[in-house]
Design a protein around this ligand. Structure first.
Ligand SMILES: [Ca+2]
Ligand SMILES: [Ca+2]
Length: 257
Protein backbone atom coordinates (compact mmCIF):
# COMPACT_ATOMS: atom_id res chain seq x y z
CA UNK A 1 0.00 0.00 0.00
CA UNK A 2 1.37 3.36 -0.98
CA UNK A 3 1.71 6.24 1.38
CA UNK A 4 -0.83 8.11 -0.75
CA UNK A 5 -3.40 5.41 -0.16
CA UNK A 6 -2.60 5.39 3.51
CA UNK A 7 -3.10 9.11 3.60
CA UNK A 8 -6.44 8.76 1.86
CA UNK A 9 -7.49 6.03 4.27
CA UNK A 10 -6.40 8.14 7.20
CA UNK A 11 -8.40 11.12 5.99
CA UNK A 12 -11.38 8.85 5.40
CA UNK A 13 -11.11 7.55 8.92
CA UNK A 14 -11.28 11.11 10.19
CA UNK A 15 -14.26 11.78 7.97
CA UNK A 16 -16.02 8.69 9.25
CA UNK A 17 -15.80 9.98 12.77
CA UNK A 18 -16.84 13.49 11.77
CA UNK A 19 -20.01 12.77 9.86
CA UNK A 20 -23.00 10.59 10.48
CA UNK A 21 -24.00 9.93 6.89
CA UNK A 22 -21.00 8.19 5.44
CA UNK A 23 -21.50 5.50 2.87
CA UNK A 24 -19.73 2.20 2.97
CA UNK A 25 -17.08 2.44 0.31
CA UNK A 26 -15.23 -0.83 -0.04
CA UNK A 27 -12.48 -0.56 -2.61
CA UNK A 28 -12.49 -3.59 -4.87
CA UNK A 29 -9.17 -5.24 -5.45
CA UNK A 30 -8.23 -7.15 -8.53
CA UNK A 31 -5.77 -7.42 -11.32
CA UNK A 32 -4.71 -4.57 -13.49
CA UNK A 33 -4.46 -0.93 -12.72
CA UNK A 34 -6.17 0.20 -9.59
CA UNK A 35 -9.02 2.63 -10.32
CA UNK A 36 -8.35 6.23 -9.45
CA UNK A 37 -11.92 7.46 -9.56
CA UNK A 38 -15.15 6.45 -7.93
CA UNK A 39 -18.68 6.68 -9.19
CA UNK A 40 -21.37 8.96 -7.87
CA UNK A 41 -25.03 8.10 -8.05
CA UNK A 42 -27.99 10.04 -6.73
CA UNK A 43 -31.12 8.55 -5.28
CA UNK A 44 -34.51 10.22 -4.93
CA UNK A 45 -36.32 8.42 -2.14
CA UNK A 46 -40.01 9.25 -2.21
CA UNK A 47 -41.76 9.64 1.12
CA UNK A 48 -45.00 10.90 2.58
CA UNK A 49 -43.84 12.38 5.84
CA UNK A 50 -41.81 9.68 7.54
CA UNK A 51 -43.34 6.79 5.58
CA UNK A 52 -42.21 5.59 2.15
CA UNK A 53 -44.55 6.95 -0.50
CA UNK A 54 -47.15 4.55 -1.89
CA UNK A 55 -48.85 5.37 -5.18
CA UNK A 56 -51.84 3.26 -4.12
CA UNK A 57 -52.38 5.06 -0.82
CA UNK A 58 -54.92 7.75 0.01
CA UNK A 59 -53.41 11.05 1.13
CA UNK A 60 -54.73 14.54 1.75
CA UNK A 61 -54.02 17.71 -0.18
CA UNK A 62 -53.25 20.94 1.66
CA UNK A 63 -56.94 21.68 2.11
CA UNK A 64 -57.72 18.29 3.60
CA UNK A 65 -59.27 16.64 0.56
CA UNK A 66 -58.58 12.93 0.17
CA UNK A 67 -56.51 12.29 -2.93
CA UNK A 68 -54.83 9.40 -4.66
CA UNK A 69 -52.06 9.86 -7.19
CA UNK A 70 -51.90 7.77 -10.32
CA UNK A 71 -48.69 9.40 -11.49
CA UNK A 72 -45.86 11.55 -10.15
CA UNK A 73 -42.89 12.19 -12.44
CA UNK A 74 -40.37 15.01 -12.63
CA UNK A 75 -37.14 15.88 -14.39
CA UNK A 76 -33.86 16.69 -12.67
CA UNK A 77 -30.91 18.22 -14.50
CA UNK A 78 -27.72 20.20 -14.04
CA UNK A 79 -26.39 18.33 -11.02
CA UNK A 80 -23.32 19.76 -9.28
CA UNK A 81 -21.63 18.27 -6.28
CA UNK A 82 -19.75 20.39 -3.77
CA UNK A 83 -17.64 19.73 -0.73
CA UNK A 84 -18.01 21.19 2.76
CA UNK A 85 -16.44 24.51 1.75
CA UNK A 86 -18.53 24.78 -1.42
CA UNK A 87 -15.79 23.82 -3.83
CA UNK A 88 -17.41 22.27 -6.88
CA UNK A 89 -16.28 18.65 -7.12
CA UNK A 90 -18.11 17.72 -10.28
CA UNK A 91 -20.56 18.98 -12.86
CA UNK A 92 -22.93 16.49 -14.41
CA UNK A 93 -24.52 18.87 -16.86
CA UNK A 94 -25.22 16.22 -19.46
CA UNK A 95 -27.02 13.95 -17.05
CA UNK A 96 -30.81 14.08 -17.22
CA UNK A 97 -32.90 12.27 -14.69
CA UNK A 98 -36.58 11.38 -14.77
CA UNK A 99 -37.87 10.51 -11.33
CA UNK A 100 -41.00 8.38 -11.49
CA UNK A 101 -43.00 7.33 -8.46
CA UNK A 102 -43.90 4.16 -10.37
CA UNK A 103 -40.23 3.10 -10.43
CA UNK A 104 -39.25 0.51 -7.85
CA UNK A 105 -36.09 2.54 -7.36
CA UNK A 106 -35.11 6.07 -8.32
CA UNK A 107 -31.35 5.80 -8.16
CA UNK A 108 -29.41 7.21 -11.10
CA UNK A 109 -25.74 7.10 -12.03
CA UNK A 110 -24.19 10.55 -12.32
CA UNK A 111 -20.70 9.59 -13.42
CA UNK A 112 -17.07 9.31 -12.36
CA UNK A 113 -15.70 11.42 -9.56
CA UNK A 114 -12.25 11.75 -8.05
CA UNK A 115 -12.15 10.53 -4.47
CA UNK A 116 -13.78 13.23 -2.39
CA UNK A 117 -16.07 13.99 0.45
CA UNK A 118 -19.34 15.21 -1.02
CA UNK A 119 -21.45 17.45 1.17
CA UNK A 120 -24.02 19.03 -1.10
CA UNK A 121 -25.75 18.43 -4.37
CA UNK A 122 -27.04 21.37 -6.34
CA UNK A 123 -29.74 20.21 -8.70
CA UNK A 124 -32.20 21.84 -11.04
CA UNK A 125 -35.80 20.71 -11.21
CA UNK A 126 -36.92 20.82 -14.80
CA UNK A 127 -35.02 21.22 -18.05
CA UNK A 128 -33.35 24.35 -19.33
CA UNK A 129 -34.60 25.80 -22.63
CA UNK A 130 -31.66 24.47 -24.61
CA UNK A 131 -32.25 20.83 -23.79
CA UNK A 132 -36.00 21.21 -23.62
CA UNK A 133 -35.99 22.45 -27.21
CA UNK A 134 -34.26 19.35 -28.53
CA UNK A 135 -36.08 17.01 -30.87
CA UNK A 136 -37.76 14.29 -28.78
CA UNK A 137 -37.42 11.87 -31.69
CA UNK A 138 -33.63 12.01 -31.77
CA UNK A 139 -32.60 12.38 -28.14
CA UNK A 140 -31.83 9.62 -25.68
CA UNK A 141 -33.80 8.55 -22.66
CA UNK A 142 -35.12 9.99 -20.47
CA UNK A 143 -35.62 13.04 -22.71
CA UNK A 144 -37.60 11.00 -25.21
CA UNK A 145 -40.40 9.88 -22.90
CA UNK A 146 -43.62 10.61 -24.82
CA UNK A 147 -45.51 10.55 -21.54
CA UNK A 148 -43.72 13.76 -20.54
CA UNK A 149 -44.81 15.60 -23.69
CA UNK A 150 -48.12 16.72 -24.97
CA UNK A 151 -49.33 14.36 -27.65
CA UNK A 152 -50.48 17.26 -29.80
CA UNK A 153 -47.31 19.30 -29.53
CA UNK A 154 -43.94 17.72 -28.85
CA UNK A 155 -42.38 21.04 -29.79
CA UNK A 156 -43.77 22.48 -26.56
CA UNK A 157 -41.02 20.68 -24.68
CA UNK A 158 -41.15 18.24 -21.79
CA UNK A 159 -43.21 18.54 -18.67
CA UNK A 160 -40.93 19.30 -15.74
CA UNK A 161 -43.50 17.90 -13.36
CA UNK A 162 -46.40 15.61 -14.15
CA UNK A 163 -48.89 14.70 -11.44
CA UNK A 164 -52.18 12.96 -12.04
CA UNK A 165 -54.73 11.35 -9.81
CA UNK A 166 -58.16 11.73 -8.31
CA UNK A 167 -59.52 13.93 -5.54
CA UNK A 168 -62.50 13.46 -3.26
CA UNK A 169 -65.02 16.05 -4.43
CA UNK A 170 -68.06 14.81 -2.49
CA UNK A 171 -66.32 14.86 0.84
CA UNK A 172 -66.87 11.25 1.89
CA UNK A 173 -63.17 10.47 2.18
CA UNK A 174 -62.72 8.26 -0.86
CA UNK A 175 -61.94 8.97 -4.50
CA UNK A 176 -64.12 6.28 -6.04
CA UNK A 177 -67.36 8.17 -6.63
CA UNK A 178 -68.63 9.59 -9.90
CA UNK A 179 -68.72 12.97 -8.17
CA UNK A 180 -65.00 12.76 -7.47
CA UNK A 181 -62.68 14.56 -9.84
CA UNK A 182 -59.53 13.73 -11.77
CA UNK A 183 -56.65 16.13 -11.26
CA UNK A 184 -53.73 16.71 -13.59
CA UNK A 185 -50.71 18.95 -13.33
CA UNK A 186 -48.71 19.17 -16.55
CA UNK A 187 -46.10 21.79 -15.84
CA UNK A 188 -43.71 22.86 -18.55
CA UNK A 189 -42.47 25.84 -20.46
CA UNK A 190 -39.65 26.77 -22.74
CA UNK A 191 -38.22 29.57 -20.66
CA UNK A 192 -36.75 29.60 -17.15
CA UNK A 193 -39.88 30.43 -15.18
CA UNK A 194 -40.53 26.96 -13.83
CA UNK A 195 -36.93 25.90 -13.26
CA UNK A 196 -36.13 25.51 -9.60
CA UNK A 197 -32.65 25.16 -8.14
CA UNK A 198 -32.28 23.09 -5.02
CA UNK A 199 -29.26 22.63 -2.81
CA UNK A 200 -29.49 19.56 -0.65
CA UNK A 201 -27.13 18.14 1.93
CA UNK A 202 -26.19 14.67 0.72
CA UNK A 203 -23.10 13.56 2.50
CA UNK A 204 -21.11 10.73 0.98
CA UNK A 205 -17.48 9.75 0.62
CA UNK A 206 -16.46 8.84 -2.88
CA UNK A 207 -13.59 6.37 -2.89
CA UNK A 208 -11.58 5.09 -5.84
CA UNK A 209 -13.21 2.07 -7.39
CA UNK A 210 -16.38 2.40 -5.33
CA UNK A 211 -19.85 3.76 -5.91
CA UNK A 212 -21.20 6.35 -3.50
CA UNK A 213 -24.92 7.00 -3.32
CA UNK A 214 -26.16 10.50 -2.59
CA UNK A 215 -29.50 9.95 -0.91
CA UNK A 216 -32.18 12.58 -1.05
CA UNK A 217 -35.68 12.52 0.33
CA UNK A 218 -38.63 13.77 -1.69
CA UNK A 219 -41.48 14.37 0.74
CA UNK A 220 -44.74 14.36 -1.21
CA UNK A 221 -46.58 15.46 1.91
CA UNK A 222 -44.71 18.75 1.61
CA UNK A 223 -45.59 18.97 -2.07
CA UNK A 224 -49.27 18.22 -1.37
CA UNK A 225 -49.46 20.70 1.50
CA UNK A 226 -49.45 23.65 -0.90
CA UNK A 227 -52.11 22.28 -3.20
CA UNK A 228 -55.89 22.53 -3.22
CA UNK A 229 -56.87 19.99 -5.83
CA UNK A 230 -60.59 20.77 -5.65
CA UNK A 231 -60.07 24.47 -6.31
CA UNK A 232 -57.36 23.78 -8.90
CA UNK A 233 -57.69 20.27 -10.32
CA UNK A 234 -55.86 21.21 -13.51
CA UNK A 235 -52.66 23.13 -14.01
CA UNK A 236 -50.93 23.45 -17.34
CA UNK A 237 -47.93 25.22 -18.83
CA UNK A 238 -46.23 27.71 -16.62
CA UNK A 239 -49.24 29.19 -14.86
CA UNK A 240 -49.50 30.14 -11.22
CA UNK A 241 -50.49 26.69 -10.00
CA UNK A 242 -47.58 25.09 -11.78
CA UNK A 243 -45.22 27.69 -10.35
CA UNK A 244 -46.61 26.87 -6.91
CA UNK A 245 -46.23 23.14 -7.51
CA UNK A 246 -42.63 23.59 -8.64
CA UNK A 247 -41.92 25.74 -5.57
CA UNK A 248 -43.37 23.02 -3.38
CA UNK A 249 -41.47 20.27 -5.16
CA UNK A 250 -38.28 22.20 -4.53
CA UNK A 251 -39.18 22.54 -0.85
CA UNK A 252 -39.98 18.84 -0.62
CA UNK A 253 -36.41 17.73 -1.37
CA UNK A 254 -34.04 17.39 1.54
CA UNK A 255 -31.44 15.16 3.08
CA UNK A 256 -32.84 11.79 3.99
CA UNK A 257 -33.17 11.32 7.74
CA1 LIG B 1 -65.55 10.58 -2.68
CA1 LIG C 1 -67.67 7.12 -1.80
Amino acid sequence: MTSTKLAILASMAIAFTACKKDEEAPAPSGGGTAPTTGTAEISFNLYHGTVPFDLAALYNDGSGHAIRFSKVKFYVSNVHLTDHVDNVLAHFEDTYILVDAANADNTFTLGPLDPAEVHHAEITLGLGPEVNNTDPLTVEAPLNDPDMMWAWSTSAGRMFLKMEGRVDANGDGDVEDVEDVDFMYHCLNLNNDLLREVEVHVHADVAAGATATLNTKVDLQVLLSSLNLIAYPEAMDGGAQCALAMDSLATSISEIE
